[in-house]
Design a protein around this ligand. Structure first.
Ligand code: FAD
Length: 377
């Protein structure tokens, strides 16, 4: 590792962005390592050989952003298709739009409300319980949509996703679920959306394709940490607790398991993501990847799906969603204190910050980090 001046740990969207900025803005060499055998981190995708369909290896990833800077940055390396994400939920054998909108309400209750009638209707449903100061996720959801919609669309899904009674979860979790009075069913409202035209792998290959960037896969940071020269700046996008050998305890995560299948039909569910709200269906969603690229033709007569199961995380599993309990927040504080004492080591990305980032937020955080810190090394 002699002469290494900038080491980027992790070839995910955060690490790739930082490496590119080091090469372009500083004009210096960056070495990017990843312990996996591929670039792209959790945004990685691969081609299924039986069908030619691009499959997202760690769950469906849809790019969406309001940030012009992020959009312009990524458009240097890829075009995006015109995909607009829509989520459908199955409950008791019937299908509904998610987030809850006018179709969901009308279809669920067998009525035909107009937009201006929705507020009073839902208010009458939520008033049945009289919750003015919701203390947990269950109360918050009921205060927004009433008990019937809560039991159908929130309760079972949440129990499966977090393996936890909604009464024990924080009310703030569902501020992310907008409730609509119209038939609008686009999941995201951001100005810029789509899937990389040639796929995620090409996008990351192009970001890293610079004469000053070298990438080494199957390379674990902890195996070369002691060989690094003192002056080497480290941009670490791995788990922060692991860096400090879990000295303040483990930060907790939810993990996921994906069960992939090649289905012997040309179209399995007619949409890219189908949620399953029933508690007795063990998976939370089925992904069908071909729908993410309506501009591509799949002539195989078959299609690739994956069933997504939510699981408790333990060391060795992939960490997906930070659980973020009070205990986690206290531990994270202590890890940030340790991090502040490290000279020349920067903790970044979803694992380094123990934070859920959408891809655009990860890129923006990486760009802003580079703006403020790169010239100070
Ligand atoms: P990562 O992608 O996790 O990259 C970190 C990299 O560091 C990994 O490749 C890892 O192998 C490597 N690493 C860790 N430790 C070491 C070590 N010791 N040595 C070497 N390498 C190491 N965002 C969206 O915008 N749209 C979506 O639709 C969307 N869907 C998602 C679906 C799921 C199920 C999940 C969990 C997330 C989703 N996201 C989505 C968020 C998206 O995955 C993150 O924004 C993105 O992965 C963050 O990138 P990152 O580089 O910070 O982390």
């Amino acid at each position: 590792m002699e002469g290494c001046r900038h080491l980027v740990v992790g070839a995910g969207i955060t690490g790739c962005t930082i490496a590119r900025q080091i090469a372009e803005e500083l004009g210096e060499k960056a070495l990017v390592i990843d312990r996996r055998d591929h670039i792209g981190g959790n945004c990685h995708s691969h081609i299924n050989e039986d069908t030619g369909v691009e499959v997202h290896s760690y769950g469906t990833h849809i790019f969406h952003t309001k940030e012009r800077r992020v959009w312009d940055f990524l458009n240097q390396f890829t075009e995006f298709n015109s995909y607009r994400h829509k989520v459908v939920t199955t409950y008791e054998g019937r299908t509904f739009h998610m987030p809850v909108n006018l179709q969901t309400i009308n279809s669920f209750f067998g009525i035909s409300l107009k937009p201006h009638e929705v507020e009073d209707f839902i208010a009458s449903k939520s008033a049945e319980e009289d919750i003015t100061d919701p203390q947990n996720l269950e109360e918050k959801a009921i205060s927004i949509i009433g008990r019937e919609l809560y039991e159908a669309f929130v309760k079972g899904y949440t129990l499966k996703q977090w393996e936890c009674d909604p009464k024990e979860l924080d009310a703030s979790i569902i501020t992310r679920l907008p409730f609509r009075h119209t038939f609008e069913c686009d999941y995201f409202t951001d100005r810029y959306q789509g899937l990389p035209w040639d796929g995620y792998t090409k996008l990351f290959e192009r970001i890293l394709d610079h004469e000053l960037i070298e990438t080494r896969l199957n390379t674990d940071f902890f195996e070369l940490k002691d060989t690094l020269p003192q002056e080497c700046a480290i941009y670490y996008t791995g788990p922060i607790d692991k860096y400090f050998d879990y000295c303040h305890g483990e930060l907790t995560w939810r993990s996921l398991r994906f069960e992939y299948r090649v289905e012997d039909v040309p179209d399995y569910q007619g949409t890219s993501v189908m949620n399953y709200a029933d508690i007795d269906v063990p998976y939370t969603r089925i992904h069908e990847y071909q729908h993410l690229h309506p501009e591509r033709e799949n002539t195989s007569g078959r299609t690739v799906t994956s069933r997504e199961f939510s699981m408790k995380w333990k060391q060795g599993d992939e960490p997906y969603y930070p659980v973020n309990t009070d205990e986690d927040r206290k531990r994270l504080e202590r890890y940030f204190e340790e991090a502040a004492k490290q000279e020349n080591v920067h903790f970044l990305g979803r694992l380094g910050q123990y934070k859920y980032y959408d891809m655009d937020k990860a890129v923006l955080a990486a760009l802003e980090f580079c703006d403020s810190k790169l010239n100070n090394n």
